[in-house]
Ligand binder design. Sequence first.
Ligand code: THU
Length: 160
Amino acid sequence: MKRIKIETEIVVFETEAELPVQVKQLVTQAKQARLKAYAPYSNFKVGAAILLDNGEIITGNNQENASYPSGLCAERTAIYYAKATYPDAKIKCIALAGGVTGKINRNPVPPCGACRQAMVEYEIKQTQPIEIYFTGTEGEVLKSCSVANVLPLIFDKSQL
Ligand code: THU
């Protein structure tokens, strides 16, 4: 028997002012997209903004449904639109902002497991890491330098 330890690293930006200009703009776009989310059941609105290597920025937000599992997270709404529109573009980074409708949230909202799995598919395909920046509605922004970094023991095509 042996044990394997897996380490990860998250970069903490205490304020948006510490972010590179382009990332700061992406976070702003994620926050703006969040306001247009359709989240009448959870009252938890999430916005995502994706920067592609062709310079395009794609935004998305969570879309809920009376049949709850039919809804979709902000990240996957944005990623699937981005890849449906620009199939050959590489995803450089994703910014994510979330919180309860009408309330301030200072706790950064990390992408859910299903969204990490959707992201890692494209990270592997493009053989270039996708940076993830996530925040609440205000306050610190956390960064993961890749999807793999927040998804150890990835299930991918090599298992099929
Ligand atoms: N949600 C997202 O949009 N992204 C995540 O990564 C976490 C969860 C949404 C799904 C649902 O509409 C609401 O937040 C509450 O779970």
